[in-house]
Design a protein around this ligand. Structure first.
Ligand code: UDP
Ligand code: MG
Length: 323
């Protein structure tokens, strides 16, 4: 009896990617035609693009039945797009990858082969260098991985991409984590499962521009730290204890000095420095608390992670919330 043909779902988040989508599709078609042992579905998620992306996706889905698209009402972010895509993926295996060919499609056959052996649940790509990327970005990114690995229990592999192929079980586990503030790299680590890492050299974007400004990356890093570690909270309470101890010693010292030497009023500079310093530390700690509270607030509201306005199956669903 012939083995059942497996379905591979590929999830591709797209924000203003009109330049690269045709190139991506051409490359991917080559791979799909070569991999005759599997069926494919390509799920493009239009994350509120303002260029011709949606037009292109409509056209693609008309031409090729394997291509489907889901279009958001606005930009909800890459994490939301990946979540939406994974939610709609029907495959035995699910791949997440960028549209800009920085995740080389030629790695897919190798990933599939590895997974077929059944030893691993997931095969993921790891960049061993960051050639062609801005130096400042590489340095900040490396620092972020070091910090997060130190303070969080979830292991994060440096250079790890979102690009990976996982089996149904792992994909379902990832979808179980329906949190609003999503940090997929952490979620992949959190769900466990065995992952094989394939190394590759950085590839530059095929066309178009990166959607990540330094500000956006900072926000992303903060989401990672706050989402997967409560250490900043503990640090502020430990800081409080240290400051109480220091205050106690200072009080003893001042009282004794007054009793022994009847010191006249003095030390305005010291006083002002202490007030500013402690004021700063307090604000910082309240700020940390605020960050966690804000995230809790957003989670408690239980808002949908994304809203779809149009898809390839039903066409325009104007404002209807699918979740
Ligand atoms: N992306 C998205 N929504 C966003 C930002 C990015 O869907 O808000 C998509 C983008 O279209 C691309 C992928 O996420 O397919 C990675 O983005 P990009 O290549 O700009 O990031 P970089 O590779 O520079 O980290
Ligand atoms: Mg890219």
């Amino acid at each position: 009896m012939e083995a059942q043909v497996k379905l591979i779902s590929i999830v591709i988040p797209c924000l203003n990617e009109q330049e690269v989508i045709p190139i991506y599709y051409r490359e991917m078609s080559g791979i799909m035609n070569k991999m005759t042992e599997a069926d494919f579905e390509l799920l493009f998620i239009d994350d509120g693009s303002r260029d011709g992306t949606l037009e292109l996706l409509r056209e693609l889905s008309r031409q090729d039945k394997r291509c489907q698209y889901y279009s958001f009402t606005r930009n909800f972010g890459k994490e939301a797009a990946l979540y939406a895509g994974m939610k709609h993926a029907k495959g035995d295996y699910v791949v997440v990858m960028d549209a800009d060919l920085q995740d080389p499609p030629e790695m897919i056959p190798q990933m599939y082969e590895e997974l077929q052996r059944g030893e691993y649940d997931c095969v993921a790509a790891r960049r061993v260098d960051r050639r062609g990327e801005k130096q400042i970005r590489s340095v900040l990114s490396s620092l972020f991985y070091k910090v997060l690995n130190k303070i969080s229990k979830v292991p994060l592999v440096e250079g790890a991409r979102d690009f990976r192929m996982m089996n149904r079980a792992m994909s379902d586990a990832v979808l179980e984590l329906g949190e609003y503030n999503r940090f997929l790299k952490g979620i992949f680590g959190w769900v466990g499962f065995s992952t094989k890492w394939l190394e590759y050299h950085n590839v530059e974007r095929a066309a178009g521009e990166t959607k990540w400004s330094i500000g956006k990356l900072m926000k992303y890093s903060l989401a990672g730290i706050l989402g997967f570690s409560t250490l900043p909270l503990s640090l502020s309470s430990y800081g409080g204890i240290v400051f109480c101890g220091a205050a106690f010693l200072a009080i003893c010292f001042l009282v004794i000095r007054y009793l022994l030497w009847h010191d006249p009023v003095q030390g305005w500079t010291t006083l002002m420095c202490a007030i500013f310093f402690i004021g700063g530390v307090q604000l910082l700690c309240v700020g940390i608390l605020g960050q966690y509270l804000a995230r809790t607030y957003m989670e408690v509201k239980n808002r949908p992670i994304y809203i779809i306005k149009e898809n390839s199956e039903e066409g325009r669903i104007l404002g209807e919330c699918l979740e």
